[in-house]
Design a protein. Structure first.
Ligand code: ATP
Length: 234
């Protein structure tokens, strides 16, 4: 579904990713883990074309998308939910969803507003409320729901559990598991190992812009030294 092959990404002269490679099978949920500044966000931005890699290749559904502008990558079926929530604060929840609506796409889950309200029951209760009235966690859910209205085949989630209340984190984890059950492919960046373990099939650990580990959580548990060397937590 997605293949990231040996990408090198820079901000100006500063190299942030140094030969990052991993692949994601259809229907898989992969967690990118690593400390602050490890390169997780930059990896997602490289995939979606916001910071195009200077070397290496990104292939999505068999198509080389390296160097494509972001809007074209999004149109090809790759959804991106940035860390900072991007909702329209002066529009209602339902209107925010409407803005994200795209025609159904072949090989992707077709999302309706009703299905999204089922996925995020909090949003259903607030469908007539303005975006600005939502809590941080609800805004995060709305950003994800609006991206899903575009019917992506794969969605990139940047730190979905960041800065939200524990009860909402649990709801977010349930929602990501539901996305997988619906057949969506997900790549998410996380600092929260417990959240990643609860939702993902596999962990890809980044440190200083390189992949240090790429395997199951069971395999990670068998190598505590990897966790100690490259993750902050717990
Ligand atoms: P975080 O959890 O803090 O988002 P991360 O693993 O996602 O961490 P990145 O945001 O990808 O890490 O940052 C990787 C490195 O790139 C860091 O050293 C960061 O300071 C640097 N960096 C990020 N954005 C920029 C930018 N716009 N210009 C210059 N350097 C940047």
């Amino acid at each position: 579904m997605l293949e990231v092959a040996d990408i090198a990404t820079f901000y100006g002269r500063a190299q942030v990713l140094d030969g990052v490679s991993f692949s994601v099978a259809p229907g898989e949920v992969v967690a990118l883990l690593g400390r602050n500044g490890a390169g997780k966000t930059t990896t997602l931005k490289s995939i979606i074309g916001l910071v195009p890699p200077r070397a290496g290749r990104v292939t999505f559904r068999g198509q080389d998308i390296t160097g494509w502008p972001s809007y074209r990558i999004a149109r090809a079926g790759l959804g991106y939910v940035p860390e900072e929530r991007r909702i329209f604060t002066q529009l209602t929840v339902a209107e925010n969803l409407e803005v994200g609506r795209q025609p159904p796409r072949e090989g992707a889950v077709g999302w309706s507003e009703d299905a999204l309200f089922e996925l995020f029951p909090n949003l259903a209760e607030r469908r007539g409320n303005l975006g600005k009235a939502l809590s941080g966690g609800e805004q995060q859910m709305l950003t994800i729901a609006r991206t899903l209205m575009g019917n992506p085949a794969l969605v990139l989630l940047d730190e979905p559990s960041e800065g939200i209340a524990p009860v909402i984190v649990a709801q977010m984890a349930r929602a990501v598991r539901r996305l997988k059950a619906e057949g969506l492919t997900v790549v998410l960046s996380e600092q929260n190992l417990a959240f990643a373990r609860a939702v993902a099939d596999r962990a890809v650990i980044l440190d200083h812009g390189r992949v240090r580990f790429d395997d199951s959580f069971a395999a990670l548990d068998a190598r505590p030294e990897v966790r100690d060397a490259h993750l902050s937590v717990s």
